[in-house]
Design a protein around this ligand. Structure first.
Ligand SMILES: [Zn+2]
Ligand SMILES: [Zn+2]
Length: 367
């Protein structure tokens, strides 16, 4: 299995972002990403998917720590679908690989999810909990239609929803615009709880991390600044995906590998700003079988669960929503599982004076 770093969920001028697909590709090349998935609101932009390569003189900006500046990046296009006539605005769904614009189905989330699945696509509930931020006239755009089923997963950590939780006033907003590295703390705890509840209910729900990058322009009196540029987001919350062979450079082949991995949850959410999460693995070994995150393994005769981190952190092992082990300041842990359950790993790291969520793995399903 080969690990690649993917940033997903972002907007261009085709909806409410300010950059172009080319701007995104350049930012991704600078930060050392392998792939990005652009998801404009209610539009499936055609003709921009493909590999983008370094075209200009190498920039002086540094790649993501632990990563090399890459020479090519794969840009894929999905969409973020929601009913624009709905008031208040709720229920945003990220759609990948449906191969057609499905935004006309936005008024009925279940029909939308069903049609995406029938088309061989993937659907993820975007920013499941997304609180209001009255100081910026931003409303609550959480997901409300929790009676739906058949979707691929949820966006466990969304960069913009988290920002909304820390800006009670415009002054806070200005502070974080200049010091965005202080924002990221963890997925919203209610969303984490929701995920555990869905998993405990027997559902397979894949977790991904999204940036929701817009590269917005902020004006405050004489101040003008592009807040949270694409490059910043690409160094922050990423989805690390395990594919069966290294990226080949052939768009259909690579696209298929990425979406197959996301479909089953062979991936983890990594907050790469404190330190690169590249190199993390969560795996299980039984007598005859082995598995990694997103996969299933039989509990018969016991299973050894193992996590490895690229650098030391606090590792937490969670079974069916309950923490069953904590390893402090560790780079690896092992646990002998004899009982069936849904096992997942979190890693927390100290950064800028706070213990912050660093890695959230998808579960291994021990049956
Ligand atoms: Zn949204
Ligand atoms: Zn969005």
């Amino acid at each position: 299995m080969h690990e690649i770093v993917v940033n997903l969920h972002m907007h261009t001028r085709y909806s409410d972002g300010t950059g172009t697909h080319k701007d995104i590709a350049e930012a991704a090349l600078k930060t050392g990403l392998d792939a990005v998935i652009v998801t404009d609101h209610n539009v499936l932009v055609q003709g921009v998917e493909g590999y983008y390569r370094v075209s200009r003189r190498p920039s002086t900006s540094l790649p993501l720590r632990g990563l090399r500046r890459t020479s090519r990046v794969l840009l894929l296009v999905g969409q973020e679908v929601h009913d624009q006539d709905r008031d208040p605005q709720k229920n945003h769904l990220l759609v990948f690989n449906a191969n057609r614009d499905v935004s006309t189905l936005a008024d009925d989330p279940q029909t939308l999810i069903n049609r995406v699945a029938e088309a061989g696509g993937l659907s993820f509930i975007a920013h499941p909990r997304d609180p209001e931020a009255p100081a910026f006239n931003e409303t609550d755009i959480s997901w409300e239609a929790w009676d739906v089923h058949g979707y691929t997963g949820i966006e466990l950590w969304n960069g913009l929803s988290e920002l909304k939780t820390v800006v009670p006033t415009k002054i806070h907003g200005a502070f974080y615009a200049f010091f965005p590295q202080f924002i990221g703390h963890s997925p919203i705890l209610e969303t984490l709880q929701r995920w555990d509840d869905l998993l405990a209910d027997g559902q397979r729900v894949v977790a991904i991390g999204g940036s929701d990058a817009h590269a917005l322009h902020m004006h405050m009196g004489p101040l003008h600044r592009v807040i949270f540029p694409y490059e910043f987001h690409f160094r922050a919350v990423n989805t690390h995906v395990f594919i069966s062979q290294p990226l080949t450079g052939d768009v259909p082949t690579d696209k298929k590998m990425i979406y197959e991995a996301l479909a089953v949850g062979r991936c983890f959410v990594g907050y790469d700003l404190p330190a690169s999460t590249r190199g993390f693995i969560f795996k299980a070994k039984g007598l005859e079988q082995s598995a990694i995150m997103g996969e299933e393994i039989s509990a018969k005769r016991g299973v050894t669960l193992q996590a490895h981190l690229p650098t030391a952190a606090e590792i937490r092992l969670i079974k069916d929503g309950k923490t069953i082990g904590i390893w402090r300041d560790s780079q690896a842990c092992a646990y002998s599982a004899t009982e069936p359950g849904v096992y997942r790993v979190e890693a927390w790291k100290n950064y800028l004076g706070l213990k912050r969520g660093w890695i959230f793995s998808n579960p291994i399903y021990v049956r």
